[in-house]
Design a binder for this molecule. Structure first.
Ligand code: TMP
Length: 219
């Protein structure tokens, strides 16, 4: 029996630095798929994505800088990933439900590895040992210079009551390391990534993503 692209169940992730516009673009993609396709999918996020992992998310993103040792922060993130994978991602994919996830392990390599300086080999080995080293089928990287992204992100935080400012508070150098880290990761696995210039207008970014989704997803 031959399988068309439509038989495949997709695990899609969105990645990028602070203020790259992921949330807006994920919302627009979800609206598009809801109105223009009959595909079954869920929208989720990391850290978090299920009740137990959301508890860990709060500990991570609402804490003060230096509240956690870098290794503790990494373990909290991996704990969140274990919960999310076992409770949401894997059961969904097994049941033929596509998964659209806001951040996944690429963020761990970029933030905790390349930016915080934890050994990449250690992060990789922990993912393997914990059996959470699954790779998304396609990752949309919203590419924005840290200077521009941080300005956008701080504006958004000022307009909301969100206390999730842990990473936005870190200095520009840290955000440049994240940016370079993401580009290293993309360079190691270029076929998985669709890199989108996130300085384009919201409509233009959306159009690029939809075109790619139609091509790879066949919807
Ligand atoms: P968000 O603001 O895009 O929802 O992401 C929450 C924060 O968590 C963001 O600043 C990036 C950070 N993060 C990590 O540091 N490592 C990770 O593995 C993940 C998934 C997120």
């Amino acid at each position: 029996m031959t399988h068309s692209t439509q038989d495949k169940v997709f695990f899609i992730t969105f990645e990028g630095g602070e203020g790259c516009g992921k949330s807006t673009q994920i919302k627009r993609l979800v609206d598009y798929l809801t109105t223009s396709s009959s595909l079954k999918f869920i929208q989720t996020r990391e850290p978090g994505g299920c009740p137990s992992a959301e508890i860990l998310r709060d500990l991570i993103v609402k804490s003060q800088e230096n509240e956690w040792q870098p290794f503790t922060e990494l373990l909290l993130l991996l704990g969140s990933r274990i919960e999310h994978l076992k409770n949401i991602i894997q059961p969904s994919l097994l049941n033929g439900i596509h998964v659209i996830c806001d951040r996944f392990s690429d963020s761990t390599y970029a933030y905790q590895g390349y930016a915080r300086g934890m050994a990449i080999d250690l992060i990789h080995s922990l993912h393997q040992q914990l059996k959470i080293d699954i790779k998304p089928d396609r990752t949309y990287f919203l590419d924005i210079q840290p200077e521009i992204g941080l300005k956008r992100s701080k504006r958004r935080l000022e307009q909301s009551s969100s206390k999730e400012d842990r990473f936005e508070d870190l200095d520009l150098d840290f955000h440049h390391k994240i940016y370079k880290g993401f580009h290293k990761i993309i360079g190691q696995d270029p076929k998985r990534f669709c890199v989108v210039d996130a300085s384009l207008s919201e409509d233009q970014v959306h159009a690029i993503i939809i075109e790619d989704i139609k091509k790879t997803w066949g919807c």
